[in-house]
Design a protein around this ligand. Structure first.
Ligand SMILES: NC(=O)c1ccc[n+]([C@@H]2O[C@H](COP(=O)([O-])OP(=O)(O)OC[C@H]3O[C@@H](n4cnc5c(N)ncnc54)[C@H](OP(=O)(O)O)[C@@H]3O)[C@@H](O)[C@H]2O)c1
Length: 255
């Protein structure tokens, strides 16, 4: 294989990788030759996922931790750096949502959404920084959303966090360029995962989504993971600070 499109010898930490988009990213990075560490809160799911991936001869480690909490983020970074003897790639994939009208959010819900979707990414980048700098070809990919670029019925806190993710990406890309660390963001539209299953099971909503998607289908996790993997490769060495949408044409659609 052309080594510009290869991840052999790299060490990747992926948050939220037992299902949905994170699992597809873990599989793609490992397929391209990376050693990986996966994270999720449910210990049993982490173990099952590690066993499944290891059976495919991938080099894989797993840790159960909550990255919305400071102690969870610390333990994840320390574990990954120790198990893999370093971190070259950080994928900030964890995200969640509670869809409500702005006046109906409790403070606890608001804080949970910000801690999970935004603070976790900011602090994971900070925790991983010494390892990424030591790597000399470090790469971060943050999972944003087109909800950070348009007003959608996601609820304001999720959209605010995802918009901030795009700015965090630009700020860190410039601040850490001299350390050889590239930072990019991938922003999906509707992808079929456990997160979106409840809302997409509403027929009228689903038809509305499809009517606004020029490619006339929902996305699948591999539609996103391929781009994430590419952004980590030597072939993407001159790409940093970007937010790239994976949206079936949603953002391009006018009338
Ligand atoms: N699906 C879409 O249509 C869509 C669209 C735009 C953007 N996105 C973004 O893409 C990312 C992945 O979404 P997804 O749909 O694949 O989500 P998902 O199906 O809900 O999967 C989330 C994964 O993250 C883990 N996780 C959740 N909270 C965690 C926490 N606090 N600490 C550690 N692990 C945690 C989950 O496992 P545990 O529950 O065991 O922790 C699971 O492995 C998110 O950032 C989301 O906002 C998704």
């Amino acid at each position: 294989m052309n080594s510009r499109f290869d991840l052999k010898g790299t060490k990747a930490l992926i948050t939220g990788a037992t299902k949905g988009i994170g699992l597809a990213i873990a599989e793609d990075l490992a397929d391209f030759g990376a050693e990986i560490t996966i994270v999720a809160r449910n210990q049993e799911e982490v173990k099952k996922t590690v066993d499944r991936l290891a059976a495919r001869q991938y080099k894989v480690h797993g840790i159960a931790a909550d990255v919305s909490k400071a102690e969870g983020r610390k333990s994840v970074t320390a574990f990954a750096a120790e198990k893999m003897s370093g971190i070259d790639i950080l994928i900030n994939n964890v995200g969640t949502n509670v869809r409500k009208k702005t006046t109906e959010y409790t403070d606890d819900e608001y804080n949970m959404l910000m801690d999970t979707n935004l603070t976790s990414t900011f602090d994971m980048c900070r925790q991983a920084y010494p390892h990424l700098r030591a790597s000399k070809h470090g790469a971060i990919v943050n999972l944003g959303s087109v909800a950070g670029a348009r007003a959608l019925p996601t609820g304001a806190p999720y959209a605010m966090a995802k918009a901030a993710m795009a700015q965090l990406t630009r700020s860190l890309a410039v601040e850490w360029a001299a350390d050889g660390i590239r930072v990019n963001c991938v922003a999906p539209w509707f992808i079929k995962t456990p997160l979106t299953e409840p809302i997409l099971s509403k027929e009228v909503f689903m038809q509305n989504v499809l009517a606004r998607t020029p490619l006339s289908r929902l996305g699948e996790p591999p539609d996103v993971s391929g781009l994430v993997a590419f952004l980590c490769m030597p072939a993407a060495a001159y790409i940093t600070g970007q937010t790239v949408s994976v949206d079936g044409g949603f953002l391009a659609l006018g009338l």
